[in-house]
Write a protein of this length. Structure first.
Length: 198
């Protein structure tokens, strides 16, 4: 009886660890990017007029990723618009309107996405974002040429990624230790099960 209890307890821990692993893997493969990083979403300051152009240049997006717009909900909003509306700052008839201050846009298609603020006058002040989500062979992905001086600013995207798994933002997830941990754990669970049955 006591052995049985111990066995099911082990099994439960094994399940928990497995669920955590699955969760971790989905977190790692789908990134959530915060638009503008520390600047959030708002009218660009005079010091960084091209903040959103720069931001989209230095990130690569894929299907399953999402982008997060953070802003004071009483002062701003996000709209997804057509390319034409993006260029002309036409904020009428947006494709999508979000104004809760914490707006997550999920990338589900290969295409170009255009965003601006739903507030009058903000688009004209360069609060606008264009991202390209291209399939692997996309030729236009590499076409914008950066000067050599811009290259050092290119950084891996994970420091700007955040999720609910607590981990130091600047360290990459340990890829090898988890399988080892899992293997050890399952071995332990199996031996506990066998020990319980015998
Ligand atoms: C994106 O997905 C999240 C949950 O995964 C959801 O809360 C959010 O509303 C979605 N965004 C849009 C624009 O549909
Ligand atoms: C790239 O993808 C496009 C469609 O998205 C396709 O027509 C084209 O043949 C592909 N090119 C290569 C080299 O795979």
């Amino acid at each position: 009886m006591a052995a049985n209890l111990r066995t099911s307890n082990m099994y439960y821990h094994f399940l928990l660890a497995f669920q955590f692993l699955v969760l971790l893997q989905t977190r790692v493969s789908c990134y959530k990017y915060k638009v503008g990083d520390l600047d959030g979403w708002g009218i660009p300051t005079s010091a960084k007029p091209l903040v959103y152009t720069q931001w989209s240049k230095y990130h690569t997006f894929k299907i399953g990723d999402s982008i997060l717009f953070l802003y004071p909900p009483s002062q701003d909003s996000v709209i997804q618009v057509t390319e034409q509306s993006y260029n002309s700052c036409n904020i009428k008839d947006p494709i999508l309107y979000m104004n809760n201050g914490n707006s997550l846009f999920n990338i589900t298609k290969y295409r170009e996405f255009y965003f601006t603020s739903g507030e009058q006058g903000h688009c004209e002040k360069k609060q606008k974002l264009h991202i390209s989500v291209l399939s692997g062979n996309g030729s236009s992905a590499d076409s914008p040429s950066y000067g050599p001086s811009a290259l050092p600013e290119i950084s891996p995207s994970y420091p700007t990624v955040f999720g609910t798994i607590p981990q130091p933002p600047s360290s990459s997830p340990p890829p090898a230790s988890f399988p080892v941990f899992m293997a050890a754990l399952s071995l332990f669970a199996v031996s506990a099960l066998v020990g319980g049955i015998m």
